[in-house]
Ligand binder design. Structure first.
Ligand code: APR
Length: 177
């Protein structure tokens, strides 16, 4: 499965993939962080389509066009706000990855790029978030033919190093089995 996952550092709005994933909020009406960057790069038509969706529950995902982005689609998902770990935050974050991948599969998309959902404004610890991301994606890829390629796009050097460490841990586990 590792060959289908690629880690990179950069700006997710610049990727020419079938879908980039947006770390949105429940209103889907834009915000800061990667949400703000995606809306700025996609242009006003994205917000117009988002308005028609009527919001999105935490842990769930929905798909729109990509408009002025190089990506064909945006999959919007709403991560959990970190409250210390006792409020099913991990399960909700796993749901963001799982539901985004299901939408990609069901729409016949072959490539998808994820930011580090919930690790910015929502305060989810990056190491645990990277483990949830990598493990959820690896499990889905084992059970589904689509998508064929998943990119983890980190914005900071620090986050990239944490994701690399988590991917190396998974590789170690895969070698043992
Ligand atoms: N490309 C890739 N990753 C980015 C980009 C970008 N252009 N901009 C920011 N990031 C990274 C951040 O560094 C962080 O690691 O995305 C990760 C998620 O951080 P946030 O964007 O703050 O998202 P999140 O923590 O899920 O909080 C969501 O913030 O922007 C608002 O409307 C959004 O209310 C929602 C909340």
């Amino acid at each position: 499965m590792l060959e289908k996952m690629t880690l990179m550092r950069g700006d997710i709005t610049r990727l020419s993939v079938d879908a980039i994933v947006n770390a949105a909020n429940n209103s889907l009406l834009g915000g800061g962080g990667v949400d703000g960057a995606i809306h700025r790069a996609a242009g006003p038509e994205l917000l117009k389509e988002c308005r028609l969706l009527g919001g999105c529950r935490t842990g769930e995902a929905c798909i729109t066009g990509g408009y002025l982005l190089p990506a064909k689609h945006v999959i919007h998902t709403v991560g959990p706000v970190w409250h210390g770990g006792g409020y099913h935050e991990e399960d909700l974050l796993a749901g963001c990855y799982e539901n985004s991948l299901k939408l990609a599969r069901d729409n016949g998309l072959r490539s998808i790029a994820f930011p580090a959902i919930s690790t910015g404004a929502y305060g989810f610890p990056i190491k645990k978030a990277s483990q949830v991301a990598v493990q959820t994606v690896a499990r889905f890829l084992q059970q589904n033919a689509l998508p064929e390629k998943v990119f983890f796009v980190c914005f900071s050097e620090r986050d990239t190093l944490v994701y690399q460490e988590t991917l190396d841990e998974l590789a170690g586990m895969e070698n043992e089995t």
